[in-house]
Design a protein around this ligand. Structure first.
Ligand code: ACO
Length: 323
């Protein structure tokens, strides 16, 4: 059985760090309020002229180096983003050109904060179906560009960044001991549009628009849907929660992460948390968290990882990966 096996990962954060105290200088907020409600202490913000493709490229180069591979080894790039450089073409094609990759296919997927799990599932399916053999899956965002900096209820929550993994087709035994992506589960519910969306777009207002959110409603859906989809993906692969070595959740909010961990009965030491330093980087948050825990030695080859995320749409999903 063909498996999509992770060969390496990498991430990139813009240089500029904005702390909660920095924000409190320009708006009516406080470090205490932000930390208590979300666990966020700081976020990275892209410089003027620093685009989603630039962050994606830097993360991709690091992922390729970590994998010991070259851009010419790739035949697929899937880039998850809700903040593309331009309406079209896909930002993935700009990364393709900048990497110097001339063959294969490159395209974007748009599932906001669930984007990385969607991108991983798409790449995994293409590898299993023989449409690709070596894929770069990227999550990259410049959410700072779609924030209404006059809306303190949303602008304090997000940051910019990128993360990437390299997958390669390898023959597995078809057992749960195989390395690679073992199962995926994806869902969406378009009826929940109004609780999290951007109030602009090329076909509606012809402007980029700003993020709008009903935080309490999103919170409720997040906790319920995460617990359900996690159970679903574990059942698909024949695992139980006790088998998980690391939960690598979308980093929206420490309280959502803690709630999911508690529901799964996972001790906090087995949950990767970066929301304090990165804030919510949407599609970039899972690969950023992954890379952090790989680089500091927590995640090791053979570990069973559960990745999960939910975002605008609503769209949500989970993937089970043996590292
Ligand atoms: N600083 C200080 N006060 C603030 C701020 C701020 N930055 N933002 C809002 N407030 C005030 C409000 O005005 C309100 O004041 P009032 O009581 O005088 O009217 C008070 O704080 C409470 O506001 P709520 O919106 O009710 O605060 P809540 O406890 O719901 O926390 C939060 C808001 C943190 C957004 C929470 O709802 C949440 O975590 N929701 C999940 C949403 C999320 O994580 N979204 C990310 C995108 S989706 C995803 O990635 C899953």
């Amino acid at each position: 059985m063909i498996r999509s096996v992770v060969q390496g990962c990498g991430s990139y954060l813009p240089e500029r760090v904005v702390t909660n105290a920095d924000l409190a200088k320009t708006m009516d907020t406080s470090d205490e309020w932000i930390q208590q409600r979300t666990g966020i202490k700081q976020r990275h913000i892209a410089a003027e002229g620093e685009l989603t493709s630039h962050l994606a490229l830097a993360a991709s180069e690091r992922a390729l180096a970590h994998a010991g591979m070259k851009a010419s080894d790739l035949d697929l790039i899937v880039l998850a983003t809700a903040t593309p450089d331009e309406t079209f073409p896909a930002t993935a094609t700009r990364v393709q050109a900048q990497l110097g990759m001339t063959g294969g296919a490159a395209f974007d997927v748009q599932a906001v904060c669930a984007g990385f799990v969607y991108g991983l599932s798409v790449a995994d399916s293409m590898i299993k179906n023989g449409l690709a053999s070596t894929a770069l899956v990227i999550g990259a965002e410049t959410f700072s560009r779609i924030l209404d900096w006059n809306d303190r209820g949303t602008c304090v929550l997000f940051g910019d960044g990128a993360g990437a993994v390299v997958l390669r087709a390898e023959e597995g035994k078809g057992t749960s001991a195989d390395r690679g992506v073992l199962a995926n589960a994806l869902h969406s519910d378009g009826r929940q549009h109004d609780i999290l969306y951007v109030d602009g777009g090329p076909s509606s207002t012809r402007t980029t628009g700003f993020l709008r959110m009903e935080g309490k409603e999103v919170f409720k859906h997040a906790v319920v849907n995460m617990a359900t989809v996690v159970g679903e993906v574990l059942a698909k692969a024949g695992f139980e929660t006790k088998d998980i070595d690391w939960l690598v959740p979308h980093q929206a909010n420490k309280r959502i992460i803690d709630g999911t961990g508690r529901k799964l009965g996972l001790p906090p030491e087995r949950v990767v948390v970066t929301v304090d330093r990165h804030a919510n980087t949407s599609a970039a948050s899972i690969p950023l968290a992954l890379d952090t825990a790989v680089q500091d030695g927590r995640i090791k080859k053979g570990d069973l990882l559960l990745l999960e995320g939910i975002g605008g749409g609503l769209a949500w999903g989970a993937s089970l990966v043996r590292w």
